[in-house]
Design a protein around this ligand. Sequence first.
Ligand code: GN1
Ligand code: MG
Length: 374
Amino acid sequence: MKATGQEHPEAVLRIAGRFRIGGRAIAAVELRAGHINDSFVVSTASGRRFLLQRVNRYVFPNPARVMENIVRITRHLERRLGPESARRRLTLVPAVDGGMWSETAAKEGPADWWRMYELIEDTTTELRASTPEQAFLAAQAFGRFEMQFIDLPSPPLHETIPGFHATLNRFEALDRALAAARASVAGKARHRQATAEIRSVAGHRSLAAGLSGTAARKLPRRTVHNDCKISNILFDRTTGEALCVVDLDTTMPGLAAYDFGDMVRSMSHRADEDAQNTAEAQVDLELFAALAQGYLDGAGFLTAAERRSLVDGALVLTLEQAVRFLTDHLDGDVYFRVERPGQNLDRCRVQLALLESLLARDGDLRRIVGGATT
Ligand code: GN1
Ligand code: MG
């Protein structure tokens, strides 16, 4: 069952008390950021602040895998970046019982899993890239993030969501959602609202194989972040520096093209992800070039074949995200949190408009990536 996100503040404070926060938790404020987990900023009497999160069990049916990965990722970054780097990486706060997360019984369904991070103070987050400089910094930070895992001792991280970028399977999930929607009155209404988008997505279906052909199967599997949007970067409030990459839930083995593709779908234009008007969902070549330069600068390990796959990543990831938002709209918004009806359909429309503009500039995009220097 989908998590409701409703939690009594007293209950959140009690859960915060299960972690080693060095004092009494006196306030917990819900942070409505992200579409998946529930997040709370917890303050103690002495003024220290933490981020408490409940892992979404609908999205992550195997939270142990998520948390085992995050423990490894945060320890690896601490070793690599050194003790002075606390503002440049996430730090898990251990539970009082010595574990790195805490489980609470849910009213119905499986137990809730909670984790806590130290809050990195004096940072800001952005919902979209407003300047090429910002896009460059964000892309460079994601590239450096991947670079930091080049020497991650084996085994590879768990796949927290198997087949996360199996785009062809995402189309099969859409087919199932379409069939299910036709079987109920509410589903039929959602289906009717989405007629144009269903047709558009079907017209692009052949692109879905862009990262699964013979050439793509030869690409190296790296440790990638898998959710490279600008809101997953903390910027220093004073200097504007891209300090810290956050949201480690889907950091796992994958292709560099997934991360670059996600950056393009979220940062190469000026539209909000859920804009109700798609006029701004057009690739801006200056932002795109900044993303390519920043990413290639940060991810210095990329092979020539990986570089050639990056624009395919942009097309596939944008289409895939359109399919995922459309599927969730048809399913009745069970996966991505919504604040209003139709929001997932709006999100789908933004991705589709962007995809059309990426396809129209395909030659320019490939020229820019080919020419970007490392
Ligand atoms: C989700 O957790 P959040 O809201 O940052 C999603 C990503 C999507 C993104 C779209 C686990 O990320 O895959 O690209 O929304 N995460 C998961 O904004 O599905
Ligand atoms: Mg995420």
